[in-house]
Design a protein around this ligand. Sequence first.
Ligand SMILES: [Ca+2]
Ligand SMILES: [Ca+2]
Length: 499
Amino acid sequence: MRLSLSLGICLLLAATATAAEQPNVLFIAIDDQNDWIGHLGGHPLARTPHLDALAARGTTFTNAHCQAPLCNPSRTSLLLGLRPTTTGIYGLAPWFRTIPEWADRVTLPQHFASHGYQTAATGKIYHGGTGPHRRPQETAVRRPEFEITAPLGGVGTKPPRKLIPPTPLGNHPLMDWGVWPPDNDDTQKGDYQVASWTVEQIKHAPKDQPFFLAAGFFLPHVPCYATQQWFDLYPDDDTVLPPLQAGDRDDTPRFSWYLHWSLPEPRLRWVREHNQWRNLVRSYLACTSFVDAQIGRLLAALDESGQAENTVVVVWGDHGWHLGEKAITGKNTLWDRGTKVPLIFAGPGVTGGQRCSWPVELLDIYPTLVELAGLPARADLEGLSLAPQLSDAAAARSRPAITSHNQGNHAVRSERWRYIQYADGTEELYDMQADPHEWKNLASNPTVDDVLAAHRRWLPTIDRPPAPGSAHRVLTYNPATDEAVWEGTTIRRTDPLPR
Ligand SMILES: [Ca+2]
Ligand SMILES: [Ca+2]
């Protein structure tokens, strides 16, 4: 009797200990953040002390890639654990819940909510923030994306008129950058408020329940407004400009232009002609440093709350951004500058001070967090858990990173190579060790036939057409007629390249 009673108490204690040890998750997203992060070395002058400190106490992935080079498809892929080629979501629309097949998909935060976590979020997590607001009659039907949300984030304070000259294709209001507001007051910026709300959530976290807390930062997405203090971190001269090669697009297929055929993001030619290139680069870097400081506020709050030891922190960017490389600014490309992102983990289950150079995918975040938290694994996820690499960065990975931008256009990033195939069958291949800027397309070189073959076999076997309701940056191609359609307009083979 005494024995079984003690055994019972032991089991009870063991169960309680397990529950108490279930780690929290602090899930931090940065919008349009390429690898211009201090410790990643994508830009030699980038100043991100807080992300660098997080990487030093955790594991940072130096070869991490998005699954789609655009907000909605990248975030949908990460949060559903499915490739864009599986969902058919490639554009800024649709919202995945409108697709019957995915209407009841259990997302990453919902999986945590199903297993005892309190889920909370603010800012830009999905392309639509923390999920659309439901009509009252729908609340009983569908689970919330997050249990607790705050409608914060976005640009915040805006100047009364654009700071730069009118941009091509309609002078889009988002195409702007520079010093704003002029008084060094950051508190009216959306990202500052996202951080403030998240700090309060950390301070007042439930004592009897683990949390999954998501903070989505909007910058350095355009408009890149930052206060003067962040610009002061960067020299006001041409040493800030990224290296370029004149005529770099001469050896990229015509189809590469179709992926970003006609967009409000100005081309390199425009920013040069209007003396805006340096201003854009400094504005982007300033915004990155500002967001780094907001992430620093979250990490300080976590330390002060005593929860750092029991919280898995993950920081990720949804895709990269060009600042003149390959003759463009913006996203929607299959090169490293468009696909490579920061990805940092720290906390329980993560070895400190590691740099992992295996190609990995944002798709891997879902199964990784599930494993780190000890939740039941799911058989319907397309990513691979990074738990082995978080323990030992040298642990082998079995596959490269894949990025897709609309049906038929894919990049395969292995340790050494970047291979791209467009929907019309044209190809690119770069030796990323010898040519890290992807200047020399080797695809037509007969000596690389084996490399091409080895990479082609990773092209997605599921490659769906755009889902119903797809819109904004959607490109389709019909091989039978050789007809490409961009945003509803046919591109002819003879159309001049857009300037
Ligand atoms: Ca984005
Ligand atoms: Ca080139």
